[in-house]
Design a protein around this ligand. Sequence first.
Ligand code: GAL
Length: 722
Amino acid sequence: MKKLCIEIEIIVLSLVAILLLLPVSGISQNPQWENVAPGVWKTVVGNPDSYDLLKAADAHPNKDALTKLGNVEFPLLPNEIVAEISDSKTLLRFPLVKEEQLYGFGLNFQTVQQRGKILQLHVDHYGGSDNGRTHAPVPFYVSDKGYGVFVNSARYITVYAGTAVRKDSPNAPEPRDRNTDKDWTANPYSDAVEMLIPANGVEIYVFAGPSMLNVVRRFNLFNGGGCLPPRWGLGFTQRVRALFTADEVIAEAKAFEEKGYPLDFIGLEPGWQSKSYPCSFSWDKTRFPDPEGFVKTMKNMGIRLNLWTNPYVSPESPIFHGMKSLSGSHKVWDGLVPDLTLPESQKIMLTQLGKDQINIGISGYKIDECDGYDAWLWPDVATFPSGNSAEQMRQTYGLLLQKMTTDYYRQNNTRTFGLVRASNAGGSSFPYVIYNDYYSHEDFITALINSSFSGVLWTPEVRGSTGGDEWVRRMQTVCFSPMAMINAWADGTKPWSFPEVEKEVKEIALLRMRLIPYFYSEFAKYHFEGTPPFRAMNLEPGFGSKSVTETKNDNLGENPYGLSVTKEIKDQYMAGEYLLVAPLFKGQTSRKVILPKGKWFDFYTGKLAGEGEVIQVSAGLDRIPVFVKDGGIIPMMPPLLHAPAAGEKFDLVVRYYGSKPGKYLLYDDDGETFNYEKGDFSWREIAVSPNKKGKPVGTISKVSKGKPDNVGNVLWKIMTDK
Ligand code: GAL
């Protein structure tokens, strides 16, 4: 009897084991979804890798904020989502309906809508085409049907975003005869997003809307909420020539002051280190004989410092020997590649950065070269002591570097704001902005738009230019971006490098300073509510424009299958709650702007610009076209040369546009520490509505006792005449 029981037990256990292994056997399955937060579901297919994107980022969802967004229904039909494991790879299929449009899949530079693309999501320096190889190849997409899908894998994921047609698809198109049918197309209709993940299983998340903006919010909040930079991080920053000495840096800061240009932090490029490419992580004592004294001198001038580095360790670095056994099998530029998934290796690196730089007052880093190109990184055959593969390390190295430095600054209770060249899902809360060496101004703006679908920040940095026209146009957009920066490491440019537009450039840099109260509040909304501060028009309610793909068949000799051309809006964006930015590029004096539903007003004059329509605008070099939504309230401050320090009061100039009653939440805290994480912050409600005579009147709520209050006088500016 006992033997029989044991036999039955074995049979039952084997059946359970077989059932558990089913996904590994190649049979398609409909995953089961577990609700992990309001509007967020998770499923686990097969046996996922133990290391993934969320683990690398160590992201903690902001459950309270997710709860505020409310409970919603699962946004897809579960039986239409299919997972299968075959050939040691996971195959996923998500449904698409006709006309559905897709956004995201990382930081793309030339297209916003992604349906119709085949991508291989792969951390890399952007190489000029949107093929998935980019600085932040985030495996997350947002559908205009109001949901998002995130694949939590640190693998190179291949995506067929509505390109492949299954023979068993109920929507499979009928074959057409190319000889006779003018409607024949090389890209027949596809009803699914399919993905191939080279792993025996994967964790997947679905995010609900119903609006696309809510999908994005939930994604950002699930990753811990967006970052909140220090207030000074939103001022102006200048990166100096690579081999500048301490004296030259001080002279540069003085020149900004004397000429009346704002400046909050200076970036030192490779020459601050005694060795670079690979790096020593130590000061060069000929160029910087007294780092501590130098940092103090700069601080007394109101200027902080940010240091360039790449992560590869030079044999001349004090950490080389300690890092030897804790690094990968291959070198980069003959330097060690620390295995930063190991706590010991992080500790060695942080001890050096801490004692040599952060603890003497360095305010942040620019973490370079953690993305690629292939020849400038470890190869995929490299191995790492942790056992994580070269591929997994590549997909997460930027995240690891951001996390480790952010945590160190948090321990010191000092905020940082820096630059990084690689990131991925899970990184929304890291105070880093992505940049690169590519330099198409138009594509930089498309990247800024796309960053809002991927939980990352992007700066269209300014380096050089062919003349004053291009220079001022680039300066205008960088001042309406997360980091207002000139990167003069190679060219030595200054804001005043083009005398013919000096006045206009100063004006835009000062406008950036005046907008700090607004941008700071918008970043607080990124942090607490998940709303990207700079975002795509498609996330704005009432913006009806869709991307349209046309096939051009006019040169059959060269292009026998017809070339697909996508027409979409990729050159205007939202900056915060109320501002619509429509950049002009070199040589342009006018352009089309699509205004979403409702009335929109000119930012500079307050005059009505249009109402849910396409307008043609012109602007001289002194202006970047900016429009304000009806009822828009923009809290500004005087044009200071440095962002207000902790405890420094500043006057508020509140602008009001249009005629609708308006509301705005103004955020305040000390601007420098992490005390806001303990509740040390305030929100003040600014409201404008008509009095009995119909005249708009503004009010601002009081700050609760003991909460931060940096606002001095409040001046009201009603911008729109009746
Ligand atoms: C590049 C980086 C530039 C600059 C340069 C210094 O990799 O993208 O912005 O920092 O290194 O060598």
